[in-house]
Design a protein around this ligand. Structure first.
Ligand code: DOR
Ligand code: ZN
Length: 337
């Protein structure tokens, strides 16, 4: 049995850091253990210009506290022209498309995802090799939203064969099955969707800190996600979707969607991969696959975890903000060295 685990340059390919005081609180919690992260652009207002992308990157760098962490910023999808994209291409890692109103701060997203209407932007992205990250849900019945989005993924994958498309935070067996069907489809998987089902969210007393979009699904969905993550399928990457909301916005009537996993992600991944006898695959899932999908080399950073119990804080507080992590108050089997 392993007692120590070393990971080279862990990467979180889907992360919400927010802004201002919350950014100051949460940025160091990821920067401590990860070498880099793909940062979501759903601020208010969203990141849509070169100026706002660069300024946001600077604010993250000012807040992160660990110099060996690189934020990879993204733009919020709108219709953009070729010249603008050419100009910004080296400053961003991708563009994130949200269906309008589907989740937190996505009101300015795309109202109807139609390959023809979006063709000029998507062709420019394809030519300039800018990946398209997608929150793949319709506004249908909550448990079917991702399944109903499958035809949209397929249409985009077929219409734009050279566009790298990342299906963000996949939660269903149907999405997993798309991976081997289209060369240009890839996916991120969160920690929480590898661990929980809807039963954990709403099967007993309602658990607001496990409520997120897309909502956790069925056991067979979780098993399908687990299978590709544990085998470190080359088209899947770890993307925590760690999404901090202050405690009063979670423990209230009208709970905000998002699970805050940043400070526990690596430790819990180690526990999960070890439990399944797959610790050797963890570095692929949490670093190497992302490097080959996005074609980049992260900063060198060695993280050592040790097999030692640690208790997760009940709450993280600072700068006048607070946020409750997943597994608050519970004991984890692996700790940071
Ligand atoms: O649960 C979620 N929270 N899902 C998302 O897609 C967005 C995120 C957030 O920004 O809070
Ligand atoms: Zn997200």
């Amino acid at each position: 049995m392993s007692t120590e685990l070393t990971l080279q340059s862990p990467l979180d390919m889907h992360l919400h850091l927010r802004d201002e005081e919350m950014l100051k609180l949460v940025a160091p919690l990821t920067a401590q253990t990860f070498a880099g992260a793909l940062i979501m652009p759903n601020l208010v207002p969203p990141v849509t210009t070169k100026e706002s992308a660069l300024a946001y990157k600077q604010r993250i760098n000012d807040a992160k506290k660990y110099s060996d962490f690189e934020p990879y910023v993204t733009l919020f999808f709108q219709e953009y022209n070729y010249d603008f994209l050419k100009e910004i291409k080296d400053d961003i890692i991708g563009i994130k498309l949200y269906p309008a109103g589907i989740t937190t701060n996505s009101e300015g997203g795309v109202a109807a995802i139609d390959a023809e209407a979006l063709r000029p932007t998507l062709e420019a992205m394809s030519e300039l090799k800018i990946p398209l990250c997608i929150h793949g849900e319709t506004n249908g019945f909550v448990m079917d939203r991702e399944k109903e989005f499958v035809p949209v993924y397929e249409a985009l994958a077929k219409e734009f064969p050279n566009l790298k498309i990342i299906m963000e935070h996949i939660t269903t067996k149907d999405s997993v099955e798309l991976l081997d069907k289209y060369d240009n489809l890839h996916a991120t998987i969160t920690l929480h969707h590898l661990l929980i089902t809807l039963d954990d969210v709403a099967g007993g007393m309602l658990q607001p800190h496990l409520f997120c979009k897309p909502i956790a699904k069925r056991y067979e969905d979780r098993d399908a996600l687990l299978k590709v993550a544990l085998e470190a399928h080359p088209k899947v990457m770890f993307g925590s979707d760690s999404a901090p909301h202050p405690k009063h916005k979670k423990e209230c009537c009208g709970c905000a969607a998002g699970v805050f996993t940043a400070p526990i992600a690596l430790q819990v991944l180690a526990e999960l991969f070890e439990e399944h006898g797959k610790l050797d695959n963890l570095e692929k899932f949490v670093s190497l696959n992302a490097q080959s999908v996005y074609e980049f080399t992260p900063v060198e950073k060695t993280i050592t975890l040790i097999k030692q119990d640690c208790i997760v804080p009940e709450i993280y507080e600072g700068f006048g903000e607070n946020v409750v992590p997943m597994y608050a108050g519970e004991t984890l089997k692996w700790s940071l060295s």
